[in-house]
Design a protein around this ligand. Structure first.
Ligand code: ADP
Length: 334
C-alpha cells in the first residue's frame, strides 16, 4: 500500500505559474500548434460568424488537462477581437454572482468557464435562459414580498472547458452549438512547441533533444513546457549554453521520468493494481483508497494517458493492468 498522496499540479486543471506566464501562450490560431481539425473548423466558424455579423455559438472544449483549452478560449476572443472574461465552475457560490457577471458583459464578449462540470445546479439553471434567450431571472427582496425580475443581457459567447464531458448535464451540453474534443498531441507537434518555448525563454535546444522531451511529455503541452523548464534549470546549474539529448536524458533520469514519460505517480498506480490486486480487475474507489488519492485525479490525470498507451484497461468489472503495463513496471524495476 502507498502511504503518501502524490500531487502533480502541472497536469490537473489548476493553473500553474507557467500558465500564468502569458508570453508563453499562443496568441492566434496560426500560432497554436497541432490539433489541426479543431483549428480549421474554428477558423471556419469564426469567419462565418464575421461574415454574418453574428456572434459565435456557445462552445464546449473538452479533453484532459494541459492540452490547450484555456489557450484556445483566449485565442477565440483575440480572433473575434472581443473582451475575454474568465472564471471557473467552483468559483460560483450564489446565483447573484452569475447575474452580476452576465449583466456586465458587452455584445460579442467571450465568457470562459473552466471546469464547467463543477457549476452548482442552481447556477446552471440560471445559465439556461441566459444562453438561449440572453435573459436572466433575478429575485429582489426576500420572503413573501420577494419579486422575480427578468433582465436582458448582451449577446455573448460562452466557452466552457471540461475534462469530462460526461459529467455535464444533458440540458447544459445541448446548449452548446460547437463541441470540440482535444486529443493528446503528436510527438512532432510537441517538439515544435518545445523549440518555440525555448526560444521565448532564450535557450537553445537541438532538434533531437526537443524530440526526446516531446516523447516523454504524455502528449501534453503543459507537461512539455514544464519538463523543458526543468531541463533548462539543470543546464544552467551545469553551466551549459545549449541543451542536447544527453542533457535531456540525464535531467529526466534525475526527475524519475521514464522513457514513456511516466513518473512515480503513474508507476505507483500501476504497481498498486499489479501487486495489491493481482493485476485487477479492481474498482476505482478501491484504488483511490489504496493510493490515498482523489478519484477525480486518478480519472482525469493518471488514467487517460495510461489507457491511451494500452498499459491499463477499463472494463465493467474494474481496472486491469495489461501485459504491456506489467512489462513496463517490471523493466523499470530492473
Ligand atoms: P488546459 O486549459 O487544457 O488545461 P492550457 O490552455 O492552460 O491547457 O495550456 C497549458 C499550457 O500549454 C499553456 O502554457 C499553453 O501556453 C501551452 N499550450 C497548450 N496548447 C498549446 C499549443 N497547441 N501550442 C502551443 N502551446 C500550447
Amino acid at each position: 500500500m502507498v502511504e503518501k498522496s502524490l500531487r502533480r499540479p502541472d497536469v490537473t486543471s489548476e493553473r500553474t505559474e507557467d500558465d500564468k506566464n502569458f508570453n508563453l501562450r499562443p496568441k492566434s490560431l496560426d500560432h497554436f500548434i497541432g490539433q489541426n481539425y479543431i483549428k480549421s473548423n474554428l477558423k471556419t466558424y469564426i469567419e462565418s460568424a464575421k461574415k454574418r455579423k453574428k456572434n459565435l455559438d456557445h462552445i464546449i472544449l473538452y479533453g484532459p488537462p494541459g492540452l490547450g483549452k484555456t489557450s484556445l478560449a483566449h485565442i477565440i476572443s483575440n480572433e473575434k477581437n472581443v473582451n475575454f472574461h474568465s472564471t471557473s465552475g467552483p468559483a460560483f457560490t450564489k446565483k447573484g454572482d452569475l447575474v452580476t457577471l452576465l449583466s456586465n458583459l458587452m455584445d460579442g464578449d467571450v465568457l470562459f468557464i473552466d471546469e464547467i462540470h463543477r457549476l452548482p445546479p442552481i447556477i446552471e439553471e440560471t445559465l439556461y435562459p441566459a444562453l438561449e434567450d440572453f435573459k436572466c431571472d433575478y429575485v429582489i427582496g426576500s420572503g413573501p414580498s420577494a419579486r422575480v425580475m427578468q433582465i436582458s443581457i448582451e449577446k455573448f459567447t460562452l466557452i466552457g472547458a471540461t475534462t469530462r464531458l460526461g459529467l455535464l448535464s444533458r440540458p447544459l451540453r445541448d446548449r452548446f452549438g460547437i463541441h470540440l474534443q482535444l486529443d493528446f498531441y503528436e510527438t512532432n507537434d510537441l517538439a515544435e512547441i518545445i523549440i518555440l518555448n525555448s526560444k521565448k525563454l532564450n535557450f537553445f535546444i537541438d532538434a533531437d533533444a526537443a524530440s526526446e522531451i516531446a516523447k516523454r511529455s504524455r502528449g501534453t503541452p503543459r507537461i512539455a513546457i514544464r519538463l523543458l523548464k526543468r531541463v533548462i534549470d539543470f543546464s544552467i546549474v551545469d553551466q551549459l549554453k545549449t541543451i542536447d539529448i544527453s542533457t535531456v536524458k540525464s535531467s529526466l533520469k534525475k526527475m524519475k521520468i521514464d522513457f514513456q514519460g511516466l513518473d512515480e505517480m503513474d508507476r505507483k498506480y500501476m504497481k498498486c493494481i499489479a501487486l495489491d490486486f493481482n493485476g485487477g480487475p479492481v474498482g476505482i474507489e478501491t484504488i483511490s483508497a489504496a493510493l490515498l488519492e482523489q478519484r477525480d485525479i486518478i480519472e482525469d490525470v493518471i488514467e487517460p494517458y495510461l489507457m491511451q498507451k494500452g498499459l491499463v484497461q477499463r472494463t465493467s468489472r474494474g481496472r486491469i493492468l495489461s501485459k504491456q503495463g506489467l512489462d513496463h513496471i517490471s523493466n523499470y524495476e530492473k
